[in-house]
Design a protein around this ligand. Structure first.
Ligand SMILES: [Zn+2]
Length: 375
């Protein structure tokens, strides 16, 4: 392939299709591993050393591809996840298909498209015999969609060694890059009351569901849009039957914060929730799952560099802050991190997930230029 063929959008889309058609829900490690094997296979002949980290705790393997140069000093870490939120068989509902500029498929936008173009851009670099000034390490993980419990330590270790981190999460709102992300907290609230016959002995009961009502209002009352704090009670359960005073109730809570200071304050407030009713207990577990990140000085100059490269290629790179967490949250505190370098599209985690074909070539070129120019 000549270098212009490398950035032909049909060629790139054909490659993405192969990755999309292997369904990879986080909970199906054998499926994820099938894709890991394909990716490893596609590195054959390229000047990298592969390390396959065996999956644990019901997750699939992680794959690390390190260039055979530049590994003795801080280089570029590319972060991608191969898992998706979609269950096996979802592809029947959302088959790979192209309509005009739109290509559909499970995980095509979040983030197989982005993972693939970063891999493809590396192939383009090697095809011309070029070596990037910095060593490149591409880490493919298997558990991002459940909060990266088995890859976090690896991400942090590689992130600390790197000079730059490029995250191939999808672009936002019309191609925007991500230079800040909110921190994410997760909590489980367990409420225990006293059961009773709701008709004949109501005075003996202490309703856990009624207490849950207080808890929900207290949590929802913590929302502070001006400060960028959101608290969402996203799942509730409780009780057994209409004629029984409920003994148990349960809630799951999502917290998003912009700063570490807010993270500390809100985590403390949520963990400190107590029962308003005598005889009822409220127990809260959980905490901060991903720390927030904001644009650091190093992050700002990395963004500026990428913006100029994008302009040479012919598009405007605009930065944004998002409430969504990613593995970039684990690296941005200590290493310049640029996120949202994946493909443009919409519908992450939905039955209409899609990428824009016209975004493939320019964004693959941008990654290629970042590899060539970061030093
Ligand atoms: Zn993602």
């Amino acid at each position: 392939m000549t270098s212009s063929n490398w950035f032909d959008s049909q060629t790139i889309l054909d490659g993405i299709r192969r990755w999309v058609e292997i369904e990879t829900p986080t909970e199906s490690p054998e499926q994820v591993n099938e894709l890991v094997s394909l990716v490893a296979e596609q590195y054959r002949g390229l000047p990298v050393t592969l390390e396959r980290v065996a999956g644990v705790a019901g997750c699939g393997d992680h794959l690390v591809a390190r260039t055979n140069w530049g590994q003795d000093r801080p280089g570029i870490l590319v972060l991608s996840h191969l898992d998706t939120v979609h269950p096996v068989g979802f592809i029947e509902r959302l088959p790979f298909k192209v309509e005009g500029d739109v290509a559909f498929g499970p995980g095509i936008y979040d983030m197989k498209g982005g993972a693939y173009i970063a891999h493809h851009a590396f192939g383009a670099l090697c095809a011309t015999g070029d070596r990037s000034p910095l060593g490149i390490t591409h880490l493919f993980t298997s558990d991002e969609e459940i909060g990266s419990p088995t890859s976090r330590a690896l991400i942090e270790k590689e992130g600390r060694k790197a000079k730059y981190v490029l995250v191939t999460e999808p672009a936002r709102d019309g191609g925007k890059i991500v230079t800040g992300r909110k921190g994410v907290g997760r909590f489980q609230v367990h409420i225990k009351g006293v059961p009773a016959h709701a008709g004949s002995r109501p005075e003996d009961g202490r309703s856990a569901v009624r207490e849950l009502g207080h808890v929900i209002l207290a949590l929802e009352g913590m929302n502070d849009p001006a400060r960028g704090v959101t608290v969402n009670v996203g799942l509730v359960r409780g009780g057994t039957r209409p004629n029984v005073t409920p003994e148990e109730a349960y809630a799951e809570v999502d917290l998003r914060v912009v700063s570490l200071k807010d993270a500390d304050e809100y985590v403390d407030r949520i963990l400190a929730l107590t029962a308003k009713t005598d005889g009822v207990t409220v127990r809260v577990a959980g905490g901060l799952n991903r720390p927030p990140y904001e644009k650091s000085n190093a992050g700002a100059s990395l963004y500026e560099h990428a913006r100029l490269l994008a302009r040479e290629i012919g598009f405007e790179l605009i930065d944004t802050h998002t409430g969504g967490g990613s593995d970039g949250n684990f690296t941005a505190a200590h290493t310049a991190t640029l996120d949202g370098l994946g493909v443009d599209g919409k519908g992450a985690h939905t039955h209409f997930e899609q990428l824009y074909v016209s975004s493939l070539a320019p964004r693959a070129r941008l990654l290629h230029r970042l590899y060539q120019t970061l030093r």
